[in-house]
Unconditional design. Structure first.
Length: 334
């Protein structure tokens, strides 16, 4: 939009005030003083009135499309403003007619009509309130003491990774697509399991050693750990189980505290208690099964399920889809 400059007459004893200049707001917008010493100005629909102006009295007025269509130069626009010769606003275009047969109904009593914010891709991008990015994901990784990566039958696409090699390669793949947060889930040998899960806080155990290895190779990697006794309990339970089948809550909490301290000392960034024993969500397996059976578009359902969590307010999403979803998001940007 072109700019034009006009100079108000200087304020003197003979001219204590400036005569109002007619100004049509449809034709000239963005009025602002260009000097800090201008004390006040008023701009309304029809007139510009300057109550106090310094000796320079400079204002900048942006010419609208109506003025520009006349082919006027900046100097001519300035002269027109000073002389009060302002072009009239263009006529308001007629309201588009509705197609034949459209019913006549009263307007809905809507206080908000957001459809106008969805008229174009640029507007939709400007007004969308929720974004999904690889930085939102925490990638769960299953580890064991072996060297081979073994698939997990009930969770397609997931493997128990050898902590020395397979894990490091998988972390590198995740970082390549922008996922720099992981959570570790161990599978330890049955020989080290016990009813009280003492292996959980062994500082030379599988998880602490893995944390130290990853922090040495990727110092900026964010590592979450799982605080729970079930990987270390000979009963396979999250808590210590008494002979009569009752969970010993306070004794379990004592063990979990020692486990969290051991993980922290090894270098974990976030310790994640997951021992509530209140059931687990099976959405990952459900979506995978639906995709295999061609009942759903796996990628679209996956992305929508993650977006639902973001819309609900989640900043961080711990998901087995982390690598797959991050890859999709990176492909969309290319």
């Amino acid at each position: 939009m072109a700019s034009t400059i006009f100079h108000a007459p200087p304020c003197t004893a003979a001219t204590p005030s400036v005569k109002p200049v007619p100004l049509t707001c449809q034709n000239y917008v963005g009025l602002k003083p260009s000097t800090a010493s201008v004390n006040s100005s008023r701009f309304n629909c029809r007139r510009l009135t300057t109550t106090t102006v310094n000796s320079q009295g400079v204002f900048v007025v942006k010419a609208s499309e109506t003025v520009k269509k006349l082919g006027l130069s900046d100097a001519e626009c300035e002269a027109a403003v000073v002389a009060g010769k302002i072009p009239e606003a263009p006529p308001v275009p007629p309201k588009p007619a509705a197609p034949a047969g459209t019913p006549l109904v009263p307007a809905l009593p809507l206080t908000r009509r957001p459809r106008r914010n969805r008229r174009s891709p640029a507007l939709r991008e400007s007004f969308q309130e929720t974004h999904l990015s690889p930085a939102n994901f925490v990638y769960p990784l299953f580890i064991h003491e072996g060297e081979e990566d073994t698939p997990i039958g009930a969770m397609p696409g997931c493997y128990r990774l050898g902590w020395r090699h397979g894990l490091v390669k998988e972390v590198a793949k995740a970082r390549d697509v922008g996922v720099n947060s992981i959570v570790l889930f161990p599978k330890v040998p049955d020989a080290v399991k016990s009813p009280a899960g003492d292996e959980a806080y062994n500082e030379n155990g599988l998880v602490p050693c893995t944390i130290r290895l990853l922090k040495d190779k990727y110092p900026d990697l964010v590592i979450y750990t799982d605080v729970a006794l079930d990987p270390y309990s000979s009963d396979g339970h999250d808590g210590i189980v008494r002979e009569d089948g009752v969970i010993m809550n306070d004794e379990t909490v004592h063990q979990l505290c020692k486990q969290a301290v051991a993980q922290d000392r090894a270098g974990a960034d976030v310790v994640s208690p997951s021992d509530m024993m209140d059931g687990r969500l099976g959405e990952y397996s459900m979506i995978k099964a639906g995709g295999v059976l061609n009942m759903i578009d796996e990628e679209r359902v996956m992305m929508e399920s993650l977006m639902c969590l973001r819309r609900a307010g989640a900043d961080i999403i711990l998901t087995y889809f982390a690598l797959q979803a991050a890859t999709c998001l990176c492909d969309e940007k290319r």
